[in-house]
Ligand binder design. Structure first.
Ligand code: COI
Length: 356
């Protein structure tokens, strides 16, 4: 037998399972993988003009042990959602934004990327093929996970000779186990998520592997997740492991500016748009830990988390609570306005949803 070193970062993980749609408890679905029917797989090899792809049954894929993504982390992912709208229509939320972000990340990691049209068409095709897995209106969404990876074999460090663009989907509910209740964040003082000039501003797979240890340690102490600070001054907010962060003070809403070390979130951008349209002053700028501690309300945004209120932050062993651990009114208002747009229960004056 081969001895193995113990995995020190244990975490609560959801194991893939294949329930029948009829057996899903839509009121308690959470954010774990549910195997669905089809995935979309497209390939590009050096010299090809475009990615060529099609639907296939959802299942394992085969890659060389020397694939660029496995050896050198040449990979990106995206996340977006489809909603069942009352009346039988399906809504996607700003899919072209994900396509553009994938192109930006691909450029940084020396990968070819699908065009915006190809990306959006592939998303639509995958969602329609898995239509029966979209939760009923108001009960959650179909999470869509596009991947782009160097699937070709390469031994020396260089871009892979072949790429795979793949999309799979899973029905999901709330991301955090707290549901819609406020989460408790631990501010990391000795671990940083990104560095200037690095890949923090793209949805590179490595950005997420690098926070697992800090996240697992925080969860083991009862925190919901970790908030990272900039690595130069160690005092400005960057983002949480899986989402962006906003602070509210009076009628002013601030969030760290996009400058290469934080992810340009689609939900982040949408919340800024919704808040400004309602007369809030929104600033994208450096936000210090002191301002965070002094804020009236704090919330996180992301495709998976949507808008998640923050009940407390812990910094240097001191816990600071917002609104007695309850959801603030501005956070609640933005959550309702954004989700009504996404689910199609209000007129889409922003023209953000795509009906399929
Ligand atoms: C998303 O919000 O879609 C993400 O990609 C975050 C992921 C860690 C769940």
């Amino acid at each position: 037998a081969v001895p193995v070193s113990p995995m020190r970062c244990s975490a609560s993980v959801s194991v893939a399972e294949t329930p029948e749609v009829k057996d899903i408890d839509w009121d308690n679905i959470g954010f774990g993988l549910v195997n669905t029917d089809y995935m979309y797989v497209a390939k590009w090899t050096v010299g090809d003009p475009v990615f060529k792809g099609q639907l296939q049954r959802f299942g394992n894929i085969e890659v060389s042990p020397a694939a660029g993504v496995l050896n050198y982390g040449q990979g990106l992912f995206e996340g977006l959602k489809a909603y069942n709208k009352d009346g039988g229509k399906i809504l996607l939320f700003r899919p072209e934004e994900n396509a553009l972000r994938m192109q930006m990340g691909a450029e940084r990691l020396c990968m070819p990327a699908p065009t915006v049209e190809q990306f959006v068409e592939a998303v639509k095709t995958t969602v329609l093929a898995n239509k029966r897995w979209i939760p009923p209106a108001g009960k959650g969404s179909l999470y869509i996970r596009p991947l782009l990876m160097g699937s070709g074999a390469i031994l020396g460090l260089a871009p892979a000779p072949e790429y795979t663009f793949l999309i799979y989907v899973s029905p999901v509910g709330n991301y955090f186990k707290e549901g819609l209740s406020p989460i408790n964040l631990l501010i990391a003082t000795d671990v940083h998520r990104a560095t200037p000039g690095g890949t923090g501003g793209i949805k590179s797979i490595g950005n997420y592997a690098s926070v697992l240890k800090a996240q697992a340690a925080a969860k083991a102490k009862g925190y919901s997740d970790v908030l990272y600070l900039d690595c130069v001054n160690k005092k400005y907010l960057e983002e949480v492991s899986s989402c962006n962060i906003f602070v509210v003070k009076g009628n002013n809403i601030s969030t760290p500016e996009v400058k290469g070390t934080i992810l340009p979130g689609v939900t982040r951008k949408s919340v800024i748009g919704v808040a400004r349209s309602q007369g809030f002053e929104v600033e994208e700028r450096s936000v210090s830990v002191e301002e965070l501690i002094d804020a009236d309300e704090v919330f996180c945004t992301g495709t998976a988390v949507v808008i998640s209120p923050v009940g407390s932050v812990t910094y240097d062993d001191k816990r600071y609570t917002y609104k007695d651990g309850k959801t603030g009114t501005i956070t609640q208002q933005l959550y309702s306005d954004l989700t009504r747009l996404q689910m199609g229960t209000t007129e889409d004056i922003m023209k953000w949803t795509v009906e399929i």
